[in-house]
Design a protein around this ligand. Structure first.
Ligand SMILES: Nc1nc2c(ncn2[C@@H]2O[C@H](COP(=O)(O)OP(=O)(O)OP(=O)(O)O)[C@@H](O)[C@H]2O)c(=O)[nH]1
Ligand SMILES: [Mg+2]
Length: 300
C-alpha cells in the first residue's frame, strides 16, 4: 500500500475575505454558510477533501477582528485556537482592498505561531489589473515568511487547484483521519441550523442577524410522508428584533423558511417540512451559559 499525505489546514483571516466561500469551492459542496455581511461564521467548521494521494481537512474559522465584547472574543478565540491543531495555514486576504488594517490585525494575531502558512489573495476576479498584486505580495512577504503566495477567486474557482497543490506539499505522510466518503464532521442538525441562520443574515439588516441564534428542536424522519420533519427556533435578544423577523403578516419568517427549506432539501436530498419559531432570549450574547447553550463557548 502506498502512503498518502494527510493533515489539517486552517482558513484564517479578517472577516468577510471569503474563507467560507473558499472552503465550499475546494469541496465543491456547501458546508459553510456565506454572506456579504462580516462575521458570518461563528464556529470551527471542518471540510474534508479526499483524493487518492491525500486527505486534506480544512478548518473554516470566524474572521479575526478586534473583539469588543465577550461574544466576539469567543469567535476570535475559536479561530485562533485552531492554530495549535493544524499542519498548515491559509491566511486569506482580498485583492481589491489590499491596505486594510483589518488584515494587518489578523496577521499579527498569528505572529507567534511558526506553522507553515500560505498567503491566499482572494477575489482576483474583481481585479482589472493583475500587476497590481505585485507590490502587495512584496509587502506581505516582508511581514511573514510565507511558503507560497497564491492568488485565487473563491467565487469562480480560479487558482484553487494551484492552492491545493501547494498545500499538499506542506502536509506530512499520515493516515486518513476520516472515512473517505465523509466531507464534514458537522451533523446534519447543525448544518440545517446554519442554513437557517444564513437566510436570517441575508434577509435582515443591522443588529438583527448578529442578535440571532438558531437551535434545532426536532429533526426526525417521517417515513409515511417520505420526508424529514424539522422544527427550529430563531432566538433573538429583543421584541423589536422578533417583530422584524416575523415581518408584516408573517411574511419575513415565511421567506426565511422557504429559502432555508429549499437549501436543506438540497443538502439532505429529500423533501423537508420546516417549522420555524421565533423566541426572545433577552441579551443572550451577554450570558455565558446561554451562549454555550447555543453552541458558542470559549475553546479550552
Ligand atoms: N467577487 C468575489 N466575491 C467573493 C469571493 N469570495 C468570496 N466572495 C464574497 O465575499 C463575501 C464574504 O464571503 P464569506 O465566504 O462569507 O467570507 P468569510 O471570510 O467566510 O467571512 P466571515 O465568516 O464573516 O469571517 C460573500 O458575499 C462572498 O460571495 C471571490 O473570489 N470573488
Ligand atoms: Mg465565514
Amino acid at each position: 500500500m502506498s502512503s498518502i499525505r494527510s493533515g489539517f489546514v486552517a482558513l484564517l483571516g479578517a472577516p468577510n475575505v471569503g474563507k467560507s466561500t473558499l472552503m465550499n469551492q475546494v469541496l465543491k459542496e456547501k458546508i459553510s454558510i456565506t454572506c456579504p455581511k462580516p462575521q458570518t461564521t461563528r464556529n470551527r467548521i471542518l471540510g474534508i477533501l479526499n483524493r487518492p494521494d491525500c486527505q486534506m481537512i480544512f478548518v473554516d474559522t470566524p474572521g479575526i477582528h478586534r473583539a469588543r465584547d465577550a461574544f466576539n472574543r469567543i469567535l476570535v478565540d475559536t479561530a485562533l485556537a485552531t492554530l495549535d491543531e493544524v499542519d498548515a495555514i491559509c491566511f486569506v486576504i482580498e485583492a481589491p482592498e489590499p491596505e486594510r488594517e483589518a488584515d494587518r490585525f489578523a496577521l499579527e494575531a498569528m505572529a507567534g505561531v511558526s506553522t507553515p502558512a500560505i498567503l491566499v489573495i482572494n477575489k482576483v476576479d474583481l481585479l482589472k489589473n493583475k500587476a497590481a498584486l505585485l507590490p502587495l505580495i512584496d509587502r506581505y512577504r516582508g511581514l511573514r515568511d510565507f511558503e507560497a503566495v497564491v492568488p485565487v477567486s473563491a467565487l469562480t474557482g480560479d487558482g484553487v487547484p494551484e492552492l491545493i497543490d501547494a498545500l499538499v506539499g506542506l502536509l506530512p505522510e499520515g493516515p486518513r483521519y476520516y472515512p473517505e466518503d465523509h466531507i464534514t464532521d458537522q451533523p446534519e442538525r447543525f448544518l440545517a441550523a446554519e442554513i437557517i441562520r444564513e437566510k436570517v443574515f441575508h434577509l435582515t439588516e443591522q443588529e438583527v442577524p448578529y442578535a440571532a441564534a438558531v437551535t434545532v428542536d426536532r429533526f426526525s424522519e417521517d417515513p409515511e410522508r417520505r420526508r424529514v420533519h424539522i422544527e427550529a427556533t430563531i432566538h433573538v435578544e429583543r421584541p423589536s428584533q422578533k417583530g422584524i423577523l416575523i415581518g408584516k403578516g408573517g411574511r419575513m419568517l415565511k421567506e426565511i423558511g422557504r429559502q432555508a427549506r429549499m437549501d436543506i432539501e438540497g443538502l439532505l436530498g429529500c423533501r423537508v417540512f420546516l417549522g420555524l419559531f421565533v423566541r426572545i432570549q433577552k441579551n443572550w450574547r451577554k450570558d455565558a451559559r446561554q451562549m454555550a447553550e447555543f453552541g458558542y463557548r470559549a475553546p479550552r
